[in-house]
Design a protein around this ligand. Structure first.
Ligand SMILES: [Zn+2]
Length: 327
């Protein structure tokens, strides 16, 4: 008996599906694909640290020439960057972050980004802050890790007015002495703009009687203690935040090049005021962070720049925070 050829039961469905798909494609082709949106997500990230609500704010990014890495041959640094997929054409990409903390009693901003002094790739702190649900008028304290332009430029708007009109500005005493109180005219011509900017950015706070200096160990706002990290600048510091048994060190510029300096903390930066002291501070704080296991937040770590430090090989590794809903 001849075997009857049986139609596969899915055959008709397949033909139908193909027909529908073809029709669908035809419809899409008529409407055309949507235009690519080409905007990024709002530049903020949020987590809780005990009772503190911590919001990382992205001011933007900048690029640092690879040749600015000191204590390593440029070719070797270049090879390391390539190995870890860190793009370095036109310089190493470096985030510019700031951190806003709502303690329940205070709204504290640590560093203010570059404002209008770093070109269009930075200076977006206020946009990020508004997207995160806060306004600059609500900030009551601004704490500076140091006086470089990517940290204090955003203290003022383009007209030189205070960007945080209700805030008191806090700066380390050695940092204030170096950047704010030094007469720019006493400095070499090429360095004067940095000193002039520090004066300009702090001036409206001084004029309003809202300018204070602090020392290592001071508790500026309840739960915020000053940690000495001098070397990158004469008064470079961090802030240790503690709430309900949790801790986070907001460490300013301990790391500029995450791709090289975690593994090799002996690498310094061209613009460290005292490179040996900056290296010593980095080694000290990396060892402590790895041992104690507290959170770290860094102004130049890949956004949001929050995570933990691990001991790895002869150096250290970075473990970034993961996205999680807030409790
Ligand atoms: Zn910096």
């Amino acid at each position: 008996m001849p075997v009857q050829a049986r139609k596969h039961p899915l055959r008709n469905i397949t033909v139908l599906s193909l027909l529908c798909a073809a029709l669908g494609l035809a419809q899409l082709a008529v409407a055309g694909p949507p235009a690519q949106v080409k905007t990024q997500t709002p530049g903020y990230f949020r987590m809780m640290l005990g009772d503190f609500e911590v919001t990382a704010l992205l001011d933007g990014m900048t690029k640092i020439p690879v040749e600015y890495l000191k204590g390593v041959k440029t070719e070797e640094a270049q090879r390391t960057l390539e190995r870890v997929f860190a793009p370095s054409d036109g310089g190493m990409q470096t985030a510019v972050n700031a951190y806003l903390v709502n303690t329940g009693a205070n709204l504290v901003l640590m560093d203010a980004g570059g404002g209008s002094f770093m070109g269009p790739k930075a200076g977006h702190l206020l946009e990020a802050m508004r997207a995160a649900g806060y306004s600059p008028e609500q900030v009551d304290a601004v704490l500076l890790t140091h006086g470089h332009r990517d940290h204090l430029g955003g203290l003022v708007n383009a007209q030189g007015e205070a960007a945080f009109p209700n805030a008191t500005l806090f700066i380390g005493a050695p940092e204030a002495a170096y950047w704010v109180e030094t007469d720019p005219a006493s400095q070499p011509q090429d360095k004067r703009p940095r000193f002039e900017l520090a004066r300009k950015a702090t001036a409206p706070y001084k004029a309003a009687g809202k300018y204070r200096t602090f020392a290592t160990g001071d508790e500026i706002v309840p739960g915020f203690t000053v940690v000495d990290l001098a070397g990158h600048t004469p008064g470079h510091c961090g802030f240790m935040l503690r709430s309900k048994g949790q801790a986070m060190l907001v460490w300013g510029d301990v790391i500029h090049s995450h791709a090289t300096q975690f593994a090799k903390p002996g690498i310094a930066l061209e613009f460290d005021t005292d490179q040996a002291r900056a290296v010593a501070a980095r080694k000290r704080v990396l060892a402590d962070a790895a041992l104690e296991g507290y959170w770290v937040a860094g102004m130049h770590l890949p956004f949001p720049g929050i995570g933990h430090v691990l001991k790895a090989g002869g150096g250290y590794a970075w473990v970034p925070v993961e996205y999680a809903p807030l409790p």
